[in-house]
Design a protein around this ligand. Sequence first.
Ligand code: F6R
Ligand code: MG
Ligand code: MG
Length: 367
Amino acid sequence: MAEERITLSVIKADVGGYVGHSSIHPALIDTAKERLSTAKEKGLIVDFHVLRCGDDLELIMTHKKGVDNSDIHELAWNTFVAATEVAKELKLYGAGQDLLSDAFSGNVKGMGPGVAEMEFVERKSEPVIVFMADKTSPGAWNLPLFRIFADPFNTAGLVIDPSMHGGFSFEVLDAKEGKTITLSCPEEMYDLLVLIGSPDRYMIRAVYRKSDNEIGAVASTQRLSYIAGKYVGKDDPVLIVRCQAGMPAVGEVLEGFSFPHLVEGWMRGSHQGPLMPVPFYEANPSRFDGPPRVIAAGFQLAQGRLVGPHDMFDDPSFDEVRRQANIVAEYMRRHGPFQPHRLPLEEMEYTTLPQVMERLKGRFKED
Ligand code: F6R
Ligand code: MG
Ligand code: MG
């Protein structure tokens, strides 16, 4: 008998902020829970959890329909539409901002929401961690994913666990060209770093264990700014990582976030700032609309049941990382409108450049 496959889908959208872009009103979370519990009763999904990071509503669902399934995507879409209605009633900020289309057409990809999904046969025990970030973009996962799955200074298992010693391969998206490439580590590590060191363009989309091609991680790589051709909101990303028993241990996965590296996002999606790992209740970016946050929800799967969530960054061993993030945030803020705090002109999501250039154009003189 073929072993039963389960799909873990994480689909998220910002459908209204409270207050401003800092957090989410509980009424939106309640609405999403109602919708998903009805779907669970009907047997469409096996289990679910609704969380939020900053102003992003996060739907974590298990089901047996595989990735890119239109019923599941439609459920997520309708849930976001219902939450948008509530957001409009309460006049929450940016109600429906990530829903770029008026009608659902089969798959939420390209319609605004962010999606990370993976299908697998549940192992004897299946620990997974769902990472959710706010005020940043999908390239933010590049550095931690590299450290978790390719860096022996982060992940001891790459060196000492025979089941991981063969390494992992990385599927990388070129968001500009719309192409993907898979690179194998450790052999092609330097090639991989050439690409993913530019996270504004190249983003790790998935990671596989080379010995058996088992999926280890999958990230949302939607970029709203490319989808809509102009800035329409943030593409705050999500990431799913499987842990233990031939995958990086829970502690090795979390260790990937022990350095508050600089990511794009923060105020107006137009600045570099440190990614701060926080417990659920601290995911309310407020200083200069930031600094960018990441939360980690741990689950044990049991026949698709999501046993959890356990709040993985709610641990004093991350206090020092948060303190360092605050120091870096202060240091970056002192640059004000100067790069590298402010993004280069072409990477900013708000820009007054065309208007300014139009006004000044006659005043530039040959040098
Ligand atoms: C960044 C973000 C916020 C807004 C900022 C201005 O991702 O969402 O920093 O860009 O608060 O928002 P608006 O233009 O809506 O006033
Ligand atoms: Mg928002
Ligand atoms: Mg957001």
